[in-house]
Design a protein around this ligand. Structure first.
Ligand SMILES: [Zn+2]
Length: 443
């Protein structure tokens, strides 16, 4: 009974299905794909020619296409590159073609869902949750065509795998999307809509900004226990704009505000020494929040071995008040400060443990997008050692050319957990389904 809990719907499309889609659609915006590849890689791969050869019946083109499309280890550590390769899929969708109407979009979605279900059967997945992201304005006829098709397919699913959907809300303005989510959740297909998600760029979107929408979901769940929704939240995956301390704090805050599952949470458990001695900047507003956190949690942090000088922090806070909001603060990391970040992580892990939030670990994604190449640095080792609830998933198995089995193998091998851990992780995923965590179902 394998359960895949962290999947992006369109990231599940396998290369061969994408290739067939490209051939059927014909007018792909190759210029957009190729300019993106040129910017990210410096060269343009011969994908257009390979697709044309496949169209003309050259069966050998399929393997070549797969090689060119899959985002592999050799592409590692760069989100721009991931996006550039993934653009090919986005550009192949009728959804993104202004000339395609809702009927064409719906027909294509039905095919995509059928392909993904078949893929799950091939990989022994009996339960899967997909997230799907649209723009701020979710409620358009084109988006409805996608949603209605997917919800209908999941609702009437045959004896195959159970599929569930979480709608990803816009981080800047989640409210229009939340209106639509509630309408669907209360409606005839509400049984298969089991969560909301927050994904895409996290920089600039502190968890405190999501507190109000989390409250709204909690109120909705109290009023509609049979249609309650899990809150899924990508956090601590990318943190280029802030201190390591703030990045750890964000993960803790997301859990304490009520997220049921945390996507990636790399910042919480990555070995800080991965980054070596370096400097980082963060906005003054973020630094103030970090000081407030340190003052609020000073006894717990001190117990974890973090030196918190309350008097000095209050003085710093007063000094920061003189700086304009747009200013930033530079933080220098040496070995001692990196060690201290590690102790902060340990403290935050303890706090998160008591919230019951589950961490979703996607090893290949972390390696290829997150740049965590050496398994010794990977956060899952610390999560498992700390006894945090962890589930393993594959994020975008189509883009990465992987399966859930590969991801489980990687975790069990690199944590030394072996077959016993594998069984635990499989059981944890089953127990961490959105409909269980939100209270719709008992285990
Ligand atoms: Zn994700």
């Amino acid at each position: 009974m394998l359960a895949e809990l962290h999947l992006h719907l369109f990231g599940c499309i396998r290369p061969l299905d994408l290739l067939r889609q490209l051939v059927v659609r014909g007018q792909v915006r190759w210029d957009l794909y190729e300019s993106g590849m040129k910017a990210a890689y410096g060269t343009i791969p011969p994908v257009r020619q390979v697709v044309e050869r496949y169209r003309q019946g050259d069966a050998t083109a399929a393997a070549e296409f797969e090689n060119l499309y899959v985002f592999g280890d050799q592409d590692a550590g760069n989100f721009d590159r991931f996006q550039a390769k993934g653009n090919l899929m986005a550009l192949s969708l009728a959804l993104n073609d202004p000339d395609a109407g809702p009927a064409e979009i719906a027909a294509e979605m039905a095919k995509i869902v059928t392909g993904i279900r078949a893929d799950h059967i091939r990989h022994g997945i009996s339960y899967a949750e997909h997230r799907v992201l649209f723009g701020v304005d979710l409620d358009t006829p084109r988006n409805r065509a996608v949603l209605d098709t997917v919800l209908d397919a999941y609702h009437h699913g045959d004896a195959g795998p159970t599929e569930r959907l979480a709608i990803s809300l816009n981080r800047t303005n989640p409210w229009p999307g939340w209106e639509l989510v509630q309408e669907i959740a209360r409606g005839p297909h509400g049984d298969v809509l089991t969560g909301i998600d927050f994904c895409n760029i996290e920089e600039g979107h502190p968890p405190k900004d999501a507190a109000a929408i989390f409250h709204a979901v909690q109120d909705f769940n109290a009023a509609h226990p049979q249609r309650s929704l899990a809150i899924l939240y990508h956090v601590g995956e990318s943190f280029r704009d802030k201190s390591l301390e703030s990045a750890v704090r964000w993960v803790q805050e997301a859990a304490e505000f009520g997220a049921h599952r945390l996507g990636h949470a790399i910042a919480l458990g990555v070995d800080p020494h991965l980054y070596g001695a370096h400097s980082r900047e963060e906005p003054v507003s973020e630094h103030r929040d970090q000081i407030a956190y340190d003052l609020h949690h000073c006894s717990g942090l001190r117990a974890a071995g973090v030196a918190v000088d309350s008097v000095a922090l209050r003085t710093e806070l007063a000094d920061l008040a003189a700086l304009p909001d747009g200013a930033s603060v530079t933080i220098d990391y040496d070995a001692a400060r990196l060690d201290e970040v590690r102790r902060r992580q340990t403290y935050a892990m303890g706090r998160i443990c008591s919230t019951g939030a589950v961490i979703e670990v996607c090893p290949t994604s972390n390696r290829r997008i997150g740049g965590i190449v050496d398994p010794a640095h990977h956060p899952v080792r610390r999560f498992v050692a700390a006894g945090l609830p962890v589930v393993v998933s594959s994020d975008d198995p189509g883009n990465f050319g992987i399966s859930l089995g590969d991801e489980l193998d990687w975790v069990c091998e690199h944590t030394g957990g072996g077959a016993e851990l594998r069984q635990e992780l499989i059981r944890a995923a089953w127990d961490s389904r959105s409909e269980v965590l939100s209270g719709r179902l008992s285990r």
